[in-house]
Ligand binder design. Sequence first.
Ligand code: PHE
Ligand code: CO
Length: 277
Amino acid sequence: MNLGRTPFDISAKTHDPNAGLRGDYAHMAADYTVPQDMTRYDAAMQDRWQRLLSRQLELLPGRACRDFIEAVTLLDMKRGIPSLDEVNAQLTARTRWTLVGVPGLLPDDVFFTHLAHRRFPVTVWLREEHEFDYIVEPDLFHDFFGHVPMLFTPVYADYLQRYGEGGLKAAALDGLGWLARLYWYTIEFGLLREDGGVRAYGAGILSSPKELVYAVESPTSRRLPFDVLEVMRTPYLIDDVQAQYFVLESFPQLLDETAPDFAPYYRSLDAEAAAHA
Ligand code: PHE
Ligand code: CO
C-alpha cells in the first residue's frame, strides 16, 4: 500500500514539469493552494467516493482509534465528496485548523509552512477507477478520509502544528531525513493503545483496507513501543505494508516526547550513521 507517501522527497519533482506529478500545478497560488471547485466531481467520481468510503467505514470498528471514529461520525462523509469550505466551518471552531486545496504533493518548505500555520493541504483530485485498490500519490480520499478526522482532536492538532515548525527548523539543521521518519511513523502509520488493544490513528493505515487489518491484527506485524530516537533510526517502506509500527500509550505522550530540542538528536543520529558507514 502506498497511499501515504511523505512529501519530503518530491521537491525536485514539483519543479520539473516532466516528472509526471499529477494535479494542476500551473494555476495555483504562490502558496501552492488551488480552489476546490466542487463542479469538477462528476457522478462517476461521487460514486467512487461512496464505494471507497463504505469499504473503509466497515473496517473502522475495533481498528480505528476512538477520536477518529467520533470525527468520522461528525463529518458524515456519506453526503458526498466533502466541500473543504463547509468542513472548515466545523474544524476551525474546534481546533483552529483550516483545510486548503492543493494540486498534490508539495515541496518541503511549503508543506511545513502550511502546517506551522495550522493549514492542512488536501489534494483536490480523486483517484481513477483503476486505482481503486492502490494509488501511488496521495489523492482526495487519502488526504481527507485519512487525515482530516484526526485534526478534530486538540492534542493531535497541536502536535501537527509543532511538526510543521519542527520541519522548518530541521531543514535548517540538515535533519529532515531523520524527522521525516517521525511523520511517517506517527501521522501516516501511527498506532495507539486503547481499551487494552491497539488502534490506528495514522492516515496511511486508516485509508488503506489492507493495511488497516494488517497493522492492527496481523500476528506477524511488529508493534514496538513508541520512542522518538528509535523511530528516527528506522527506515520505512513506501510501496508495501510497514515492517514495523510504533505504538503510543496516549496522544499527550506524543507531545511530551517530541517537546525536547531535536538538534542534539540529529547530531547523535548522524554520528551513529557515520559509525556504521
Ligand atoms: N521538538 C522539535 C525540535 O526541537 C520540534 C518538533 C515538535 C518536531 C513536534 C516534531 C514534532 O526540533
Ligand atoms: Co498522507
